[in-house]
Design a protein around this ligand. Structure first.
Ligand code: KG4
Ligand code: ZN
Length: 388
């Protein structure tokens, strides 16, 4: 089997990314242009600005990915692009460019689900020699937790001929875990995006200082019973909920009279172009550090305990944890410790491949390439695309 080079393009949210991956396994180049600076003043992603920035970045980012991989437009075997889920306008920039390239170059075009991309990012980091031999400890069905700014989803993944098939067995009923990190960072005057800042500040606080009751990270189940069979006992689902803990942080801030200190911090940090850990520490008092550490511990414990309960219930032997929040150090450490106790093998992408990138899109496209699962030239963006 000759080497297959797939050019991946990703533009679903606030990163314009392109990458070349060889035979679904080896990242040959991986270029990510972040829009953080554009969205920072607004404390979150502004969809119209995201589309404009993707338009600006897409051509140079693809060129850079090809050059870094020592490939050309003509030499790659296929073009893969994120179809959804994501921001419709942002997705359309990547899709239109990928279609134009595929049409002009007469290459196959492959549409990839962003969430499947996150899951396949894990495979890119399994040990090289195992990858090249084409085998590793991954046992199907496997359980995958995709935990990012937009999703907190649990999938049971199975192999169906060359392709993977997915069964969603749990998701967030309100905020995604990454969204909770971002909102809590914003309300504490720590800027955007919040996950990486909270990750690096948390070890400096006492995670036992603020107690969050389990009820604050639980949500009443408002789903209606199945209309066709109201008495049917559904297989247990493993849902998450993170809006309660965000509100609990807000109540704590109000009760402790922290507003003035937060406003001072917000103003001080806004004057620093690229604040580093020292800058954040210089503007955080003990109470804030303790609150950040306690918040992170509560979210991590909840993610880990629910995911492991799902692993037990479904008797899986392999667990993948992926998506932006999977870059979190405490989350990784806790998953590693707790999974080892249960004899469960847990895999993560490398930290750079945890957050949005295009290598994961090119990797997920490889089984589709083998199956000749081409996208028609008239396919469109699907903001709410689900994974099956
Ligand atoms: O996967 P991703 O890049 O984009 C989406 O598909 O949403 O995830 C971005 C999310 C943001 O909410 C960001 O705050 C969070 O991942 N994140 C982290 C860390 N790095 C990124 N959350 C916790 N700890 C981190 N180190
Ligand atoms: Zn993502």
């Amino acid at each position: 089997m000759p080497d297959i080079y797939i050019l991946g393009i990703e533009s679903s949210c606030d990163e314009t990314a392109a990458a070349v991956v060889r035979s679904g396994a080896k990242v040959v180049s991986n270029v990510v242009a972040s829009q953080i600076a554009t969205h920072q003043p607004y404390g979150g992603v502004v969809p119209e600005l995201a589309s404009r920035e993707h338009l600006r970045a897409i051509v140079p980012v693809v060129r850079a990915a090809l050059a870094e991989a020592k490939q050309t437009y003509a030499s790659v075997d296929a073009i893969a692009v994120t179809q959804g889920p994501g921001l419709a306008g942002a997705l359309l920039v990547g899709i239109s460019y990928a279609k134009a390239l595929a049409f002009a170059l007469d290459k196959p075009l492959i549409a990839v689900n962003h969430l499947e991309g996150h899951i396949h990012a894990v495979l890119l980091d399994l040990r090289e020699e195992e990858r090249e031999k084409g085998h590793h400890d991954v046992q199907f069905p496997l359980l995958a937790l995709v935990v990012s700014g937009g999703h907190t989803h649990l999938y049971l993944a199975k192999m169906r001929s060359e392709s993977w098939a997915y069964d969603n067995i749990g998701h967030t009923r309100d905020d995604a875990a990454g969204e909770a990190f971002d909102k809590v960072a914003k309300l504490l005057g720590l800027g955007y995006p919040g996950g990486p800042v909270i990750d690096s500040l948390a070890p400096h606080g006492d995670s036992r200082a603020v107690k969050f009751a389990p009820a604050q990270i639980k949500h009443r189940d408002r789903r209606k019973p199945d209309a066709g069979s109201p008495d049917r006992i559904d297989r247990p689902r493993f849902d998450f909920s993170y809006s309660g803990i965000k509100t609990a942080v807000l109540r704590y801030v109000e009760a402790q009279g922290m507003a003035a200190a937060i406003e001072a911090r917000r103003k001080a940090l806004a004057t620093i172009t690229k604040p580093g850990l020292e800058d954040y520490l210089a503007h955080c008092d003990r109470q804030t550090l303790d609150l950040v550490a306690s918040f992170q511990r509560a979210v991590v414990n909840d993610l880990v305990s629910r995911t492991l309960a799902a692993a037990r219930e479904n008797e899986v032997a392999t667990l993948f944890v992926t998506g932006g929040v999977a870059a979190n150090r405490e989350l990784r450490k806790t998953f590693e410790q707790e999974s080892a106790n249960e004899g469960l093998a847990v895999y993560f992408p490398s930290r750079p491949l945890s957050t949005d990138n295009a290598a994961m899109i090119a990797a997920a496209a490889y089984p589709k390439f083998l199956a000749k699962d081409w996208a028609p030239l008239d396919f469109s963006a699907e903001a709410g695309l689900t994974l099956r």
